[in-house]
Design a protein around this ligand. Structure first.
Ligand SMILES: Nc1ncnc2c1ncn2[C@@H]1O[C@H](COP(=O)(O)OP(=O)(O)O)[C@@H](O)[C@H]1O
Ligand SMILES: [Mg+2]
Length: 455
């Protein structure tokens, strides 16, 4: 999708519809738009993030199940796209359909509609969307990675830079921060994107098999080598080889890898022929390679070969409200696994997630939210569902200060949980939009801080 995005200069319109003939065929019209249809709501977020469209069409001509509808609503809450709905009088009789259109769409057309009518409405939506301006380069190279905070945006900028270089990249970051996802994003944004992306976990291969797995072998190279096997390195020819947990590579394999990096050639075990290779190496580990060198567990010469360019992925606890955005993304993707409809996260869950240290980072967050989705009996996921209890004791303050802070916190949290959209946030807080705007002004909470971040 990322590739598609960069290859095309035409504006993209994303259409969410299960129907092959959803009543919109722009071919033959001079729109200059590229239309991408998404059948499964769960794919919406991935497609939109990989390549942000100019505007979107939601097909509300026929009914969705409760689970699908909830999934759709959740996705719309934090995907900042200008939407237009196609619907019918029958569907408009449903309050939930009216609400969805009211809250998330700039306009809608009713069946039966004419093509000029829909095109006019879409042009209007495109015009509205263009007021947000264009997205910076960094969004194009983030792949499927979610993140709007300053640390992640700086990382995306570095990622775009290293992607356009040929030198080896070393990715550091705690376990579960998204190192593999970043490696994939580098590959997808690089000139080797058409080649293979081979990811191997050096720590997961038994040490006596590392050499044969990496370099391959010829028939008869050792007992049991009944036929030639192409190793991982050779399989990455023309593409990218991602060596995860490189710190776990046994010393003798480090020597062989170093030789390959110096010569650009490999020899299969039991073979005599040197095979020239053209590939890019990305490596990662959660162990401290500097300490490993000091202990003699990792070769310094290999370290310097691998770490020409480095990329550091921030820990989740340093990413502020990205935590909530990620949690919402997991809920949107897996919400249908719940036995009843879940309407987001409670204020206590939001607070707990913001305060928790997340030692297992994004991987842990995904696991906690998925478990909560399956286990909860609540309309909103609570801190208890996430198994996040406790929290810091409040210091002694005046009652007024505590009230002020609680008000600010509540508004900020609810706003964040609704992707900084004022309408649903005002509804949840049970205040009018005008009141909410006034309170936001008082507490210096700006809509731009999140809703248009990255634009
Ligand atoms: N920024 C992100 N946005 C969305 N998903 C992410 C992000 N970072 C990590 N993930 C997801 O978290 C999980 C762990 O990521 P992974 O790349 O395997 O981490 P690491 O290699 O650092 O241990 C994967 O399921 C990945 O898709
Ligand atoms: Mg990993």
């Amino acid at each position: 999708m990322d590739r598609l995005c960069k290859a095309s200069r035409t504006a993209q319109i994303v259409v969410v519809s299960r129907h092959e003939d959803f009543g919109f065929d722009p071919s033959g019209t001079a729109t200059g738009w590229e239309i991408r249809r998404i059948q499964q709501i769960r794919d919406l977020e991935r497609v939109v993030r990989a390549c942000p469209p100019m505007a979107g069409v939601i097909d509300l001509q026929s009914d969705y199940s409760d689970a699908e509808f909830a999934q759709l609503e959740q996705a719309l809450q934090y995907l900042h796209i200008t939407w237009v709905a196609i619907t019918s009088d029958e569907m408009l009789a449903q309050e939930r359909v009216r609400r969805l259109i009211r809250d998330y769409c700039v306009d809608y057309v009713r069946m039966p509609f004419s093509m000029p009518e829909l095109l006019y409405t879409l042009k209007h939506a495109q015009g509205m969307a263009s007021l947000h301006g264009t997205r910076p380069q960094e969004t194009a190279s983030r792949g499927t990675m979610i993140g709007e905070c300053a640390a992640m945006r700086a990382m995306f900028r570095s990622l775009a830079k290293v992607a356009h270089n040929e030198a080896p990249v070393f990715i550091s970051g705690e376990s579960g921060t998204g190192k593999e996802l970043a490696a994939q994003a580098i590959h997808d944004a690089s000139s080797r994107r058409k080649g293979p992306f081979i990811a191997i976990n050096c720590g997961a291969i038994p040490s006596h098999l590392v050499q044969s797995e990496l370099f391959g072998y010829e028939k008869g190279a050792f007992t049991g080598a009944n036929q030639r096997k192409i190793g991982w390195i050779e399989q990455a020819q023309g593409g990218t080889l991602f060596l995860d947990e490189i710190g776990d590579l046994p010393l003798e394999s480090q020597v062989a890898l170093l030789r390959f990096l110096q010569q650009g050639m490999i020899t299969r075990l039991g073979g005599h022929q040197s095979i020239p290779l053209n590939l890019r190496i990305i490596s990662a580990t959660h162990v401290d390679l500097v300490a490993a060198q000091a202990d003699g567990r990792f070769r310094s010469d290999l370290f310097h070969r691998l770490c020409v360019l480095t990329l550091t992925i921030p820990a989740l606890r340093e990413r502020g409200e990205d935590i909530l955005q990620l949690a919402n993304a997991v809920l949107a993707e897996h919400g249908h696994e719940a036995h009843r409809r879940i309407r987001g996260f409670s204020a206590c869950a939001t607070q707990a997630m913001m305060q928790y240290a997340w030692p297992g980072n994004v991987r842990e967050l995904i696991n906690r939210v998925r478990r909560a989705i399956v286990m909860t009996d609540n309309r909103k996921i609570t801190a208890e569902d996430l198994q996040l209890h406790g929290g810091a004791e409040l210091p002694r303050k005046t009652l007024d200060a505590i009230r002020e802070e609680a008000e600010r916190e509540a508004i900020r949290t609810v706003m964040a949980s609704h992707g900084f959209h004022v309408v649903p946030a005002a509804r949840e807080l049970n205040v009018s939009r005008v009141t909410l705007y006034r309170l936001m002004h008082k507490h210096n909470i700006r809509v731009e801080s999140q809703a248009t971040a990255g634009e």
